[in-house]
Design a protein around this ligand. Structure first.
Ligand SMILES: Cc1cc2nc3c(=O)[nH]c(=O)nc-3n(C[C@H](O)[C@H](O)[C@H](O)COP(=O)(O)OP(=O)(O)OC[C@H]3O[C@@H](n4cnc5c(N)ncnc54)[C@H](O)[C@@H]3O)c2cc1C
Length: 483
């Protein structure tokens, strides 16, 4: 059943689980719990398809490192940001969960906790296979390896793909054009008792449930918790970490390379699905050098100007042997940074609620990751006799290496990987949620989505977000069964 709250108020709603946000994570949780027989209310702020009026609510402030606007990287409609995602998928590596050098105590879960959900998550996202061997790379000094990426082709749009199933499932109520704006906390138990959602057209609803799942995407999840803290005396999440350690993947053109004698060390990989093999960092180089993980790929270029500029530094024989080359692109892990932060702006939206302020901060450790990613590839080219790399001067200088990155054709995908702000932890003093994505301060409020990531690896995040959503659904199933 799908109800448009813009057309009128539906009256009080009760459910076993109230899932807030109808994007990748929210739809995954809602359908999973519905198949287990629970009554689910799925409350979505936007309409069935993206609209200018709905996007207006996603406007906010960008400060800090050059970034794409917050209303351009997210979509506020059924299906959420899956309406413009690229379909690139890879699970996190096992060591990503234990980068204690980057994130203190590491994740409170390991890759084996998510492994049972890999195939189901891949199927939900429309990826036919998500397992394949990562292989060593000859002449790489064990610092680079080949890795597999997987693709949803075409990228699954969750509203289109799962709208009919949501509508046909009798124990799911979907409420569109219903922006959740407030939560009522029971002072005796500390639990969330109800949430209220509103439509600009005037309709509203109040939903009471045993459990609540916040699935608004990273930035909006944090904004909402900050707003609810304001309403509830800071008690929804008293953690000082709320909003902090916000991460994006670092997306950068590292330089240009020329290759000789027909070598193709890095085939152009702009188009999803072709190829599926990339070069990436090994655990060894990350631990030895304290780097964020990185993945390398390339875009085609005309090499004439590059070869001309190389003439002074390489032999004429090399120049005449050049047969190709490319622009070296990298997707790198940002090191978790406490100063990188989501907070509330001084400007309100049409519901009178503070808009979001995104202060994305990178530091010298991140500049070091970008530089080393380029140098490792350059060393590999020389050692294996394949070619030469000219590193982008901004990356080499390390000052503002991300300058100009938002103009890269493939940049928006990277800015869309919004992670952290409510990181998982072993103890309340070290994060915002526990290992089951439950807010430490509440008994029944959970986060679905990338906000709980403690580190980001280099992998595109949506496969992991979906694995986490399935695992969260199983946790809710256990709790609902045991009362
Ligand atoms: C251009 C681009 C390309 C991308 N490509 C890739 C890729 O190739 N691979 C990859 O892994 N990831 C990619 N991503 C990231 C991917 O889109 C996200 O990881 C994913 O959509 C996150 O899912 P989510 O459910 O957490 O959030 P979303 O999908 O954003 O869903 C959040 C939902 O909550 C709703 N909502 C918000 N506020 C409220 C409210 N107050 N009340 C009710 N509902 C609300 C929204 O309308 C939305 O439906 C890309 C992102 C962008 C921007």
């Amino acid at each position: 059943m799908i109800i448009d709250v813009a057309k009128g108020s539906p009256g009080p709603v009760t459910a076993d689980v109230c899932v807030m946000g109808g994007g990748v994570a929210g739809i995954t949780v809602a359908l999973r719990l519905a198949t287990k027989g629970y009554r689910v209310a799925l409350i979505e702020a936007g309409p069935a398809a993206p609209s200018t009026a709905s996007q207006e609510f996603y406007k906010g402030e960008n400060v800090g490192t050059e970034n794409l606007r917050v209303d351009e990287t997210r979509l506020r409609a059924l299906g959420g940001s899956s309406n413009h995602w690229g379909g690139w998928c890879r699970e996190l590596d096992a060591y990503d969960f234990n980068r204690t050098d980057l994130s203190g105590r590491g994740w409170p879960i390991s890759s084996s906790d998510l492994a049972p959900y890999l195939d189901q998550a891949a199927a939900i996202l429309g990826v036919s296979s998500a397992t394949g061997a990562d292989l060593p790379l000859a002449s790489s000094d064990e610092n680079l390896q080949t890795i597999q990426m997987y693709f949803a082709v075409p990228p699954t749009r969750f509203g289109e793909r799962y709208g009919a199933a949501l509508s046909a499932t009798p124990n799911v109520g979907v409420f569109l054009n219903a922006a959740v704006t407030s939560a009522e906390r029971d002072a005796d138990t500390g639990r969330i008792a109800a949430v209220t959602a509103r439509s600009l057209a005037g309709g509203s609803l109040t939903c009471r449930a045993r459990f609540f799942v916040l699935a608004f995407g990273t930035v909006e999840n944090i904004r909402t918790l900050l707003l609810w803290n304001r309403l509830n005396g800071g008690l929804i999440s008293p953690s000082d970490d709320l909003g902090r350690y916000y991460m994006q993947h670092l997306h950068q053109a590292l330089g240009e390379f020329a290759t000789i004698d027909g070598a193709t060390p890095l085939p152009p990989s702009n188009s999803p699905g072709n190829p599926t093999v990339f070069l990436a960092s090994t655990e060894k180089v990350l631990r030895e050098k304290g780097l964020g993980a990185f993945r390398l790929y390339s875009a085609e270029i005309n090499c004439d100007a590059l070869v001309d500029s190389l003439r002074g530094v390489v032999s004429g024989a090399f120049c005449s042997a050049v047969t190709g080359g490319g622009r070296l692109l990298a997707t790198c892990e940002q090191r978790p940074n406490r100063d990188s932060r989501i907070s509330l702006a001084a400007v309100d939206d049409a519901f009178g609620q503070s808009r979001v302020r995104l202060d994305w901060e990178i530091d010298t450790g991140d500049a070091h990751t970008l530089l080393e990613a380029g140098l490792e590839f350059g060393r590999y080219l020389i050692r294996s006799g394949l070619g030469r790399l000219r590193i982008n001067p901004d990356v080499l200088a390390g000052g503002e290496p991300l300058r100009g990155w938002t103009a890269l054709p493939s940049a928006p995908g990277a800015a869309g990987h919004q992670l952290g702000g409510a990181r998982m932890s072993r103890e309340p003093s070290d994060g915002v949620t526990d290992s089951n994505c439950r807010l430490w301060a509440t008994g029944n409020l959970y986060i679905a989505g990338g906000a709980v990531f403690r580190t980001s690896g280099h992998a595109n995040p949506t496969l992991t977000i979906t694995q986490l959503a399935l695992r969260l659904s199983d946790e809710l199933d256990r709790r609902l069964m045991t009362g």
